[in-house]
Structures are given as C-alpha cells and as structure tokens.
Write a protein that binds this ligand. Structure first.
Ligand code: NAD
Length: 300
C-alpha cells in the first residue's frame, strides 16, 4: 500500500519503521526536519507538507502530539485534507479530544474522504515490537479496511464504536493509569518513611488488591523493575507532560458531560507541578521523585 505518514516523533518513527519492513511504500512529513530525516533513514520518502504526503496515498496515518496539532495537520494550509484523494481513508493515531476527532471526520467527509481515530497504548517499546494496543472509532467498513495496516503496528485492535470512541477509550484508560502512578508513588513514599523495603512492598502489592500494571511495568522506584523507566533515570517511556495532557482531556470530557471527577484532576495537577519542577520530559513515573517528603523539621 502507499501510505502517507504525518508526525514522525517518538512513536511515529517505530510505527513507520514496521510499515516499511512489511513492504509498504511510506511517504512521511514532519514539521521538524530532524524527525523527518530520521524517518527517511528508516526508508520513507520525504514530503514537503502534509498535503504532499497525503497526495497519491491509499491511506494516511497521523501521529501527532495533541488536538491543536491534529487540527493544523488536517485543516490547515498544506494540510492532509488539501492533498488527499477522493474516497481515501485517514487514520489518526494521536491521543486527542474525541470532539476534535469528530470535527476533523466531518471535514474529511465534506472533502469526499473518510476518517477514523485509532489511538494506541503501550509506548515506544511496544511500538518498536509492533505490539501496541489500538482502540478504534469509526465506521465498521473503514475499520476493516484499515485493520491489515493496523495489525502491522499492533497486537490488539479493538473496534470501540463510531468516530471518537477510540479516543474515549484511550482517555478512560489513561485516567486510570495516571491516577495509579500518583497513588503508587504516594504509597511507596509512605512505606519508605516507615523503613519498609520497597522490594518487599512490591511483592505484597503484586499479590494483593492494589496490584496495577503501572507498578508491574512502570514501577516509580528505580532498581526494582529492570525495564521500567525509573531504572534508567526516568527516560520515557511516556512523558509526564503527555500524561498530564491525557488526564486534562479526560477532565474536560467529564466537565462537558457533567460527570463529577475528583481524583483525575488532582492527579493531573500533581503531574503539572512535577512538570513545572523540571520533570515534564521525563517518564510520568518520575512523579515519585517530585513527591519526596518535606524536611523532618517541618511541623506536622
Ligand atoms: P512526539 O512529540 O515525539 O512526536 C510528534 C511529532 O509530530 C513530532 O515529531 C512533531 O514535530 C510532529 N508534528 C507536530 N505538529 C505537526 C504538524 N502540524 N505536521 C507534521 N508534524 C507535526 O510525540 P509522541 O510521543 O510520538 O506521541 C504522539 C501521540 O501518541 C501523542 O498524542 C501521545 O499522547 C500518543 N502516545 C504516546 C505514547 C508514548 O509513549 N510516547 C504512548 C501512547 C500514545
């Protein structure tokens, strides 16, 4: 297949590499020249705009940071919808606001093209292995058309519902993971204060009701899980800033729906504070570093 690929950052690059390895002909575009050069080294052609990457493509994939980037890349001057051929399918794999997915899908339809949302979970290691979890929102026929290409990048492809539903599932998942990262960090700080060995506490929690994927794979305390970012100076992984963004999307969706949310905004603010103290580009499990105790001299 001829695939236009827009956004060749931390996730886009390994996803693109797997498409090239499977014999797809990929033409890439990124606004940052270094990111585009890295994609070219992986075997992709270089386009001068998102419109140029989309022109002549059977399918367009976008992997961009946030809602505003997706709007710019599709609807802006030189955007995907300027170049895309009639009837062609766009697959946005970024994590963004579901209402933006719907808006861009509407614009694609007016342009005679089609759009589905297909955000991912699993981070860079699973993007490299081609084993991402992919949650998809869109018309069932469009989803089936995209499935063989998605299967090159992911191991679990779940059709959630109409356009925007993939994003809803993604936000709900990251709400749980983001809150868990803060909760696990708080728990381990308390245990440390009492002198409890974090290795033993990990053993206890992993066999008890508090067990969570975040502790198993992204343990905030370094040296306990070899592959966890905490054992590698919190090199992401998934950055604190991206997790704060995703919790913000969940909070704003809840506000629109008038669903009361208490824990998610608290976790988001803790992550924002961690970011403003220099941990924004570190893995989100570094929130543990931020949650260090005050001096023993501080009044209780
Ligand atoms: P990134 O910042 O590393 O890459 C995004 C790329 O998009 C950058 O290279 C940037 O230059 C490019 N870009 C921005 N605006 C553009 C435009 N208008 N046209 C063309 N290119 C443009 O981000 P990432 O880590 O690859 O994440 C991408 C998306 O995947 C985000 O929505 C993120 O939430 C989601 N995600 C990331 C991870 C992870 O572990 N990194 C895991 C799951 C989901």
């Amino acid at each position: 297949m001829k695939i236009g690929f827009v956004g060749t950052g931390a996730m886009g690059r390994p996803m693109l590499a797997n498409l090239v390895k499977r014999g797809h002909s990929v033409v890439a575009y990124d606004i940052v020249d270094d990111a585009l050069a890295a994609a070219a080294r992986l075997g992709a052609g270089r386009a001068a705009s998102a419109a140029a990457a989309a022109g002549g493509a059977d399918l367009v994939i976008t992997m961009l940071p946030s809602s505003s980037h997706v709007e710019a890349a599709y609807l802006g001057v030189g955007g995907v919808l300027e170049g895309i051929g009639p009837g062609r399918l766009c697959v946005d794999m970024s994590t963004i606001d579901p209402s933006v997915s719907r808006r861009v899908a509407g614009a694609a339809t007016r342009r005679g093209a089609r759009f589905i949302d297909a955000p991912v979970s699993g981070g860079v290691p699973r993007a490299e292995d081609g084993t991402l979890a992919i949650m998809v929102g869109g018309d069932p026929r469009d989803v089936e058309e995209a499935r063989p290409v998605l299967a090159v990048m992911g191991a679990n492809i779940i059709h959630v519902g109409p356009v925007g539903s993939g994003e809803v599932a993604k936000l709900c998942n990251n709400l749980v993971a983001g809150v868990a990262a803060v909760a696990v960090s708080e728990a381990f700080r308390i245990a440390e204060g009492f002198g409890v060995d974090p290795r033993i506490l990990t053993d206890v929690i992993s066999k008890s009701s508090g067990n969570t994927w975040v502790m198993e794979h992204m343990h905030p305390v370094g040296g306990l899980v070899a592959k966890a970012p905490s054992s590698h100076d919190y090199t992401p992984g998934f950055t604190t800033d991206l997790m704060a963004k995703d919790l913000g999307l969940a909070v704003s969706a809840a506000r629109d729906l008038r669903v009361p949310v208490v824990v998610a905004p608290a976790a988001q603010q803790v992550l924002r504070l961690a970011s403003s103290h220099g941990l924004g580009r570190k893995d989100f499990s570094s929130v543990y570093v931020f949650l260090k105790p005050s001096s023993g001299q501080a009044p209780v």
